[in-house]
Every structure is written in C-alpha cells, then in structure tokens.
Design a protein around this ligand. Structure first.
Ligand code: AHM
Ligand code: MG
Length: 336
C-alpha cells in the first residue's frame, strides 16, 4: 500500500534536499548543512511561540533569568537564535535580518558562500493573541567568497538560490523552494523532524479570495481601488470574492498558495512604497509564488526583477494566482 509506504519511508526535509542536490554534481553538501541550521532556528522559534503565554510568567527554557533582568521579547530572542545558528553553520558570509539595522558580515574563520536574508519573526503584533506568525528567509550565493560586499546582498530577487518560510500555526509548517517547485513539510513534534506533507505545491490558476488591509482604502491608488471594487461587485457575472486577511504575511501567503487568490500590499498616499520589505518579505514570497505557478507584481514590474538600493527597502506587492495577478496588471496598464 502506498499509504503504508509513506508511514514507514519518511521523507524528511534533509533527505528531500539531499535528493534535490544530486542534480548538482559539484554540490558538496554545504546547502544541506546551511538548511539544517535554518531548520534548527525554526524549531526553536516554534517551541518558543507555543510557550509564549507561559514564558511571560515563567521565562523561556534556556534563558538565564537573573532577577530583575527583563524578559527578552520573542522577536529579539528569535533573531539571536537565527543569527547564531547561521554563523555557526560555517556556510554563511552575510546576514540581513529585519531586526538588525546593518548587515552582518561573518568573520573570515566562519565564512561560507551563502548570504541569508530573513525576517526571524514576522507578524509579531499577532504573538500575544495566539494568531499564526512565521519566519521568512531567502538565500543568495556570494560572488567572491574572499571578498563579500554589500552589493552581493543588493541582488534582484530572481537571483535567489532558494527561499522559504516557516509558519507557526496550528501546526509548524515549513515551505521551501530551491528553484524546482515548492514543497511543504510539517514538523512531527514527536520526531523533531520536518516531514514532506505537501509535495509540489501549485497555486490554483484563479482564486476566489482577496487579501488586503482595507483600512487603508482611503489612501489607495486607482488600480487597487478598482480591483477591490471588482472583487466585491463583479461586473462579469462571477460571484463576489471572499475577503481573508490575517495580518501575518506568512499565514496570508500560505493560504494563498494552498487555496489560491491574491494578496495585496499596495502603495498608498501615506506609504508610497507600501509596507513590506523587499529582501526578506517580498522577494522570498514572490519567488515561492512563481515557483508554484503564480505571479508577483509591484504595480510597475515583475517583483523579482527589482534590484534593491538599500537592504531594508520596501515595495508594493500583488501576488498570488496567475490569473488574478493578470487582472491587477491590466488595471495598472490601463491607468498608465
Ligand atoms: P512586521 O514585520 O512589523 O511584523 O510587519 C509585517 C506584517 C506582515 O506580516 C503583514 O502582511 C503586514 O505586516 C500587515 O500589515 P498591516 O497591519 O498594515 O495590515
Ligand atoms: Mg516583517
């Protein structure tokens, strides 16, 4: 039985990535080692998030609680864990985290070929009410390992080697692409392993859901306003769409990948570049969406074609099902 085979022949994330790497004969297992350190960070955050309520009262395991020392906030703690895990992998040279103003250049003695851009705990305003939050990451290769510079980080999203996110929700789910499709893994807490549960994720070609913070509608531009109006009052005889907005990008994108639809964080009059950050929010999610057969658009161009000028740069983004993004592209084309 096939079901039986799945129960006894466990496809862990490590095994899966090792399989994928066999396509690259020159691969030395470095990527697999890097990923195992990212996975460690995800497991730590997953366990901390599930104890977040408790931790407020008792302190998190592994943290010395000297009297009077203030409890570290979960996003700060998560960042420290990821930075240390990534450096100790010996495979990274530059790290860019949402939590750190400056890029971190790894000491020569621990240096490797990979650049990791990440948001250790995205959607942190949702922690205290127990709503899903996540970690987002992207991986680039440095040009010259002996000479890493900030320009190695300021690369177009299309140069990403891999990207993924981990969602801390009702289950802990890691979604990853290394450039040949998208796969989802679920943490089996009893094994401490991520097991392949969602092989080859494809976003439905057209969706029935739109996802946007409508509280900003007053300041939207015309194409965004028209698009959302069409979602609610379609003129082509189709039924109105459902609105779903969690306010945690990882959760909103995860739903979009699985159910289809479109996620919008547009520009508006108050924030002309939108809210989301290119390197560790917009790029990884756009990469995953394209790898799943969808699209990502900025209002002007393909999101992955953008080249950031600064590490914390923002960009508007519209991403999701192929046909849904075509619709917003048409509205922008008509407006120009
Ligand atoms: P954060 O990095 O400060 O947590 O903000 C990012 C989050 C995303 O997860 C989410 O898509 C967006 O902010 C929601 O923003 P808003 O509250 O403006 O709708
Ligand atoms: Mg964020």
């Amino acid at each position: 039985h096939e079901a039986d085979a799945h129960r006894t022949d466990l496809m862990t994330i490590t095994r899966h990535v090792l399989n994928e790497q066999t396509k690259y004969p020159e691969s030395r297992g470095d990527f697999t080692i890097l990923l195992s350190h990212i996975v460690l960070g995800c497991k730590f955050v997953c366990s901390s998030v599930s104890k977040a309520g408790l931790a407020k009262l008792f302190g998190l395991a592994g943290e010395t609680n000297i009297q009077g020392e203030e409890q570290k906030k979960l996003d700060v703690l998560s960042n420290e864990v990821f930075v240390k895990a990534l450096i100790s992998s010996g495979r990274t040279c530059i790290l860019v985290s949402e939590e750190d103003e400056e890029a971190i250049f790894v000491d020569r003695s621990k240096r490797g070929r990979y650049i990791v851009v990440f948001d250790p705990l995205d959607g942190s305003s949702n922690i205290d009410c127990g709503v899903s939050i996540g970690t987002i990451f992207g991986i680039y290769l440095v040009k010259d390992e002996d000479n890493p510079t900030i320009d190695d980080v300021l690369q177009a999203g299309k140069n990403l080697l891999a990207a993924g996110y981990c969602m801390y929700g009702s289950a802990c789910t890691l979604v990853l692409s290394t450039g040949s499709g998208v796969n989802g893994f679920t943490l089996d807490p009893s094994l401490g392993e991520f097991i392949l549960t969602h092989p080859n994720i494809k976003v439905p070609k057209k969706g029935k859901i739109y996802s946007v913070n409508e509280g900003n509608a007053k300041n939207w531009d015309e194409p965004t306003t028209k698009f959302v109006e069409k979602c609610k009052f379609p003129t082509d005889g189709s039924p109105p769409r459902s609105l779903r907005y969690i306010g945690s990008m990882v959760a909103d994108i995860h739903r979009t990948l699985l159910y289809g639809g479109i996620f919008l964080y547009p520009a508006d009059k108050k924030s002309p570049n939108g809210k989301l950050r290119l390197l560790y929010e917009v790029f990884p999610m756009s990469y995953l969406m394209e790898q799943a057969g969808g699209q990502a658009f900025t209002g002007k161009q393909r999101a992955l074609d953008l080249v950031p000028g600064k590490i914390h740069e923002r960009s508007p983004v519209f991403l999701g099902s192929y046909d849904d993004v075509e619709e917003i592209k048409a509205l922008y084309a008509a407006a120009n």
